[in-house]
Design a protein around this ligand. Sequence first.
Ligand code: FAD
Length: 413
Amino acid sequence: MDINIDEIRADVRGWLEENWDPERPLIEWRNMLVDARWAAPDWPTAFHGRDLPPSAVIAINEEFEAVGAIGAAKSGVRNLAAATLLEHGNDAQKSQFLRGILTGEEAWCQLFSEPGSGSDLAGATTRADRKGNQWIINGQKVWNTSAHHAEWGLLVARTDWDQPKHKGLTYFIIDMRQPGVEVRQLRQMNGHASFNEVFFTDAVVLPEHMISEENNGWPVAVTTLAHERAGFNRFGGRDEAGASEGRIYDEFREEVAVANEPYIWYPQRAGRVDLIVKRAKETGAINDPVTRQQIARVLSLHQASQWYAERLKEDQKAGRARGPEGSITKVAATKVARQASDTHTAITGIDAMLTGPESPEDGIIAEILVSVPAVSIAGGTDEIQLNIISERLLDMPKEPRFDTGPFKDVKRN
Ligand SMILES: Cc1cc2nc3c(=O)[nH]c(=O)nc-3n(C[C@H](O)[C@H](O)[C@H](O)COP(=O)(O)OP(=O)(O)OC[C@H]3O[C@@H](n4cnc5c(N)ncnc54)[C@H](O)[C@@H]3O)c2cc1C
């Protein structure tokens, strides 16, 4: 497809001139964005998009930023839900869920990890049993970000215990606001309480909310994970509302305070590369040749990993499904975050441990130090990513397996 970026810019600028009004209610604005196909211009035309490549999306975002316009809702798991639905959902499911994902009216969570299966996700023991035309869910998930806010959950559950472990799983969407779902919040060492334990007692999933075929949920789970891993460099920490005045900004700040609250530390989790040069200039560390070398190393790695992620996006646009390459992005994100955290410590010194109003960057530097370890765990640990890279990209020998045969006979903890 031939793309004229200048024409697209003119188009979106004209539309914004006509329609952007900071006094408009946030949800009304987001629905207008969806109707005009500016909410997710890289999505397919059949579902709210324009099929545009990342270069055009960047240009569109710049036009939004130039007038201070708010974009589609972006926080966390909604992106994974959208990517999974776009790839595996049927038209009815896409019609039901995609608009609410973009407008921010419905929040999502990912119900994958369990107390006995995190890295070994395919060892899930939460069960889904068919009763009449419904599925009845019993079991426990854990570390589920945003589950306490979510309307909908992406659920992997076991539907056949006689099949080998990867074969007996089914992928569902579950309504989180029902009596059989109990959500308990957990608190982290950075003080936030982003994730939860989720208990299912005879919870119900409707037949139309089965995303995969029965017992074929594993490939769908792999899609969700591939998007999660590839998206790890995405959190830039941009606050679209800032101190701007107008009804829409007030409502956006409210949204950030509630729905996006589990993610407010995610920019710190990524290491805040954007603050490094600023801090080095403020503290004078920029004049230290050793620190300058350290800064150059982390900025180069960060830039290279951004380019790699862009390349993957372009590949995807060209029709290639998101695959194991996302694991490279994920490992790179861990390396960047760790190096950035070390660099912040070198720049700020012992004050990096201080929190509160008069501490460096109002406690942001300290929050980086205690949040960065999460990057190498969330979305699959570094060791799991390295296994995927070695087995699926480098064609190295597979790990020995002791879990073949019917899942009911596999030894578990
Ligand atoms: C910030 C954050 C957000 C999260 N959000 C969600 C969410 O929304 N939904 C959700 O379902 N989960 C979520 N998780 C959970 C996350 O997916 C799991 O923590 C992760 O997959 C690791 O599983 P585990 O904690 O059970 O560790 P384990 O699997 O018990 O791993 C323990 C250690 O053993 C290593 N190990 C395990 N297997 C192997 C192997 N085969 N080869 C080499 N080393 C191995 C691991 O690398 C790790 O170091 C989140 C986690 C974090 C930190």
